[in-house]
Design a protein around this ligand. Structure first.
Ligand code: HEM
Length: 507
């Protein structure tokens, strides 16, 4: 082929592609960008974001408005801070923003390079991961099937707390809760109890989880100013990748044990057995890879344990601080359940005050204060603003739940607002009422939201119905947050419990 012909063929092949790329980036809308701080050269608005990014961004939004545009380093970011703005992005433009910015992250190895569910783009593989998780673990039918596992782990927890009470030892609440939820997820997914009790192994697992969830919430300069990413100035990448490798090793060990014990599960398959046996393929005809499966396990352990237990701990902290609310809740449970047995999941629908307390905790202390970042490859026009291509979208879930234009006395813990006569009686946290969206909304809504709701209501109910609570002498509950991807209490609750039900209940 002569060179001129080759040139003509190449030009005709690549010109449309080049034009598309150029236009995608440079087609300027006549509409303005959303308002936002100008920021500094190179770093953009990064220096304006403190360790608690949700708080810094909420403060900036007071000045610049509900849809705010920032340059963080070289990256475009839109931050949404009210329910109506969140509705626009997560309904009309939900499809467009259903991706994640993982490919641009220097720390992407710690997110399985997007081969998992949480950090994957909106791909056929992501759809398959969600479908399998819903069918075999988290959807209504599958979730009901695992009720016996939840009951048995809650009984382990109850028994351990009763023992602490007999020995006069205080209970470290987050450890108890993490032990229970991790074991529930371990048994459902792999037929494995991960921890026998609150011991050294649990401590190590918690440390890894903490590093992943705290590190994941830091605005890593290397992600926003790619030229200096290799320096890892804050040490975020090194810490995250180290924690990820430890977590991945644990997943490998669990899967090896799972394989070795396959025969023992004949006739009663767990989640991983069902996923491996599934004939479902993604739209490209592919099955899940080994990496996808390890990544899915890791996602469920990290996204499914701390998120729920943090809410339970916050709710309990508010109850200890507000004894009148605690008393009203215990009275409701005594009236419906009595004192001769412990709460069962079936009781929850008959306990409106328990439900109201949990919703109020989800509103005021959303465990994931900023949604995991969404990402759009294309430009669009939202609410009269031009949103450029390659923009990250952050939904400030924390700020939406505390918006004074929606919530009366937003910083006070008032479960009554969710009861008949209260002005939030019709607001549910499931992703359709944008006044509070603790699980997010739209296509990327939390895949475990039903599980999360049950974990929160069941665990809190059992702790409150089963025990009276007392802080150590001279200590008071404080309500400070630890910043990160999730926001646990800075000082974990360590309190004395005394049983309040018939003693046979605890064994
Ligand atoms: C009260 C408890 C929980 C809360 C508050 C919560 C909150 C959230 C939020 C805010 C997101 C991000 C939504 C977005 O990107 O816009 C999310 C995603 C996710 N959650 Fe939850 N979650 C909870 C419990 C759970 C449980 C129990 C599981 C699993 C066992 C789980 C698994 C996941 C996964 C896998 C994702 C990623 C979904 C995706 O990107 O497609 N979560 N969750």
């Amino acid at each position: 082929m002569d060179a001129t012909l080759l040139l003509i063929i190449l030009t005709s092949l690549f010109t449309p592609l080049l034009l598309h790329l150029l236009l995608r980036h440079h087609r300027r809308s006549t509409l303005p960008l959303p308002p936002g701080p100008r920021g500094y050269p190179i770093l953009g608005a990064l220096p304006l974001i403190g360790p608690a990014a949700h708080v810094s961004l909420a403060n900036l939004a007071k000045r610049y408005g509900p849809i705010m545009y920032l340059k963080l380093g070289t990256r475009s970011v839109v931050v949404v801070s009210t329910s109506s703005a969140a509705r626009s992005f997560l309904t009309t433009f939900d499809h467009q923003f259903a991706n994640r910015p993982t490919a641009t992250m220097k720390t992407k190895e710690a997110a399985y390079n997007g081969e998992d569910m949480v950090f994957s783009n909106y791909t056929p593989r992501w759809k398959l991961l969600r479908r399998l998780s819903t069918i075999h673990m988290l959807g209504n039918k599958a979730f009901t099937k695992w009720a016996n596992v939840r009951r048995s782990e809650v009984m382990h927890m109850l028994h351990a707390m009763h023992e602490s009470s007999k020995l006069g030892k205080p209970v470290l609440v987050p450890e108890m809760l993490i032990c229970a939820t991790t074991n529930i997820i371990g048994r459902v997914m792999l037929s494995q109890r991960v921890f026998d009790s609150v011991d050294e192994e649990l401590g190590k697992f918690r440390d890894v989880l903490k590093e992943l969830l705290t590190g994941g919430g830091i605005f890593n300069i290397g992600d926003f100013v790619p030229g200096i990413g290799w320096m890892d100035l804050q040490g975020v990448k090194a810490k995250l990748v180290k924690a990820h490798r430890k977590m991945d090793d644990m997943m490998k060990k669990m899967l090896a044990l799972h394989k070795a014990t396959m025969k023992e599960r004949e006739g009663c398959p767990d989640f991983i057995d069902l996923v491996l046996a599934s004939e479902l393929r993604d739209d490209d005809g592919e099955k899940l890879s080994d990496v996808n499966i390890r990544a899915l396990l890791s996602n469920m352990f990290s996204a499914g344990t701390d998120t729920s237990t943090i809410i339970v701990e916050w709710a309990l902290a508010e109850l200890i601080k507000n004894p009148a609310i605690l008393k009203r809740l215990q009275s409701e449970m005594d009236a419906i359940i009595g004192q001769e047995r412990i709460l069962q999941e079936d009781d929850i629908s008959k306990l409106p005050y328990l439900q109201a307390v949990c919703k109020e905790a989800l509103r005021l202390h959303a465990s994931t204060p900023l949604s995991i970042p969404h990402y759009s490859f294309e430009s669009c026009e939202v609410e009269g603003y031009h949103i450029p291509a390659d923009t990250r979208l952050l939904i400030n879930i924390w700020a939406i739940g505390r918006d004074p234009d929606i919530w009366e006395n937003p910083l006070e813990f008032i479960p009554e607002r969710f009861l008949p006569g209260g002005n939030a009686v019709n607001i549910e946290p499931h992703g359709t009422d944008f006044e509070m969206i603790p699980f997010g909304a739209g296509r990327r809504i939390c895949v475990g939201k039903q599980a999360g709701m049950v974990f929160v209501q069941y665990l809190l109910g059992v702790l409150v119905h089963g025990f009276n609570w007392q802080m150590p002498k001279g200590e008071e509950i404080d309500l400070k947050e630890t910043p990160g991807l999730v926001i646990p209490k800075e000082v974990p609750i360590k309190a004395f419990v005394t049983p309040r039900l018939a003693s046979k209940v605890y064994f």
